[in-house]
Each structure stands twice: as structure tokens, then as C-alpha cells.
Design a protein around this ligand. Structure first.
Ligand code: SF4
Length: 108
């Protein structure tokens, strides 16, 4: 658990967040992308599906996904590149199995 004085985790510099001049849905409507474990009501599921749809149309989705996977401490919750934290944990496991513990260095 982070305390008020603990520094925020730093992003892995090997995979920078992609730049775009496009207006991103997750920046204009961040509440749509909030997702905590256990949120599973119909309203939650509908909202998550709207966030996933927005991500699927995002021009930087592939880079966003790589960044989110490489930075689990910065993306413990929420929808990133149409994935939930559960989805991302599974993808990280598969990347680690395929590329080893330093999979971030391999895919960077
Ligand atoms: S793909 Fe990433 S940057 Fe694009 S809208 Fe979704 S969360 Fe935002």
C-alpha cells in the first residue's frame, strides 16, 4: 500500500506512452475508463463496453497496450487499450512465458 509520502511509481522508459494529437476518449471522459475489481453490475459492464469501444477506435491503442502492460504499477485498475486489469495480467503471463522475465526489454 502506498503512503502519502511514498513516491509514485515511475514508468518504464523502454516503452514510452505514444504521442498523438488526437483527442483521446480516456482524457475527455476518464470516468468511463474507471474499473475496479469486483465492479460487475449491468451498469458497470455497459460502461466498460463503451470504454472498450472507444479504445478500439483509438489511433494509439497498440502503443497504449504495450505501455499499460509494461507498467503494471501504474495500471492496476481501469480500462487501458480495451483491457481490464484481469486481461492485462493474463497477457503479461503469456508474454513472460514466451519471452522470459525481461519480456519488456524484448518487446520494446
Ligand atoms: S487505447 Fe489507451 S489512449 Fe486510447 S482511448 Fe483507450 S486507454 Fe486511452
Amino acid at each position: 500500500m502506498r503512503t502519502a509520502t511514498a513516491p509514485a511509481p515511475e514508468a518504464d522508459p523502454r516503452i514510452p506512452f505514444p504521442h498523438t494529437n488526437t483527442t483521446l476518449a480516456c482524457r475527455t471522459d476518464p470516468a468511463l475508463f474507471v474499473h475496479e475489481l469486483g465492479q460487475n453490475s449491468k451498469d458497470d459492464r455497459d460502461r466498460i463496453e463503451r470504454a472498450r469501444t472507444a479504445c478500439r477506435g483509438c489511433p494509439i491503442a497498440a502503443g497504449c497496450l504495450k505501455w499499460a502492460l509494461a507498467n503494471p504499477k501504474l495500471t492496476p485498475t481501469g480500462i487501458w487499450a480495451a483491457t481490464t486489469s484481469w486481461d492485462r495480467a493474463g497477457l503479461r503471463r503469456r508474454l513472460q512465458l514466451r519471452h522470459g522475465l525481461d519480456w519488456v526489454g524484448v518487446v520494446a
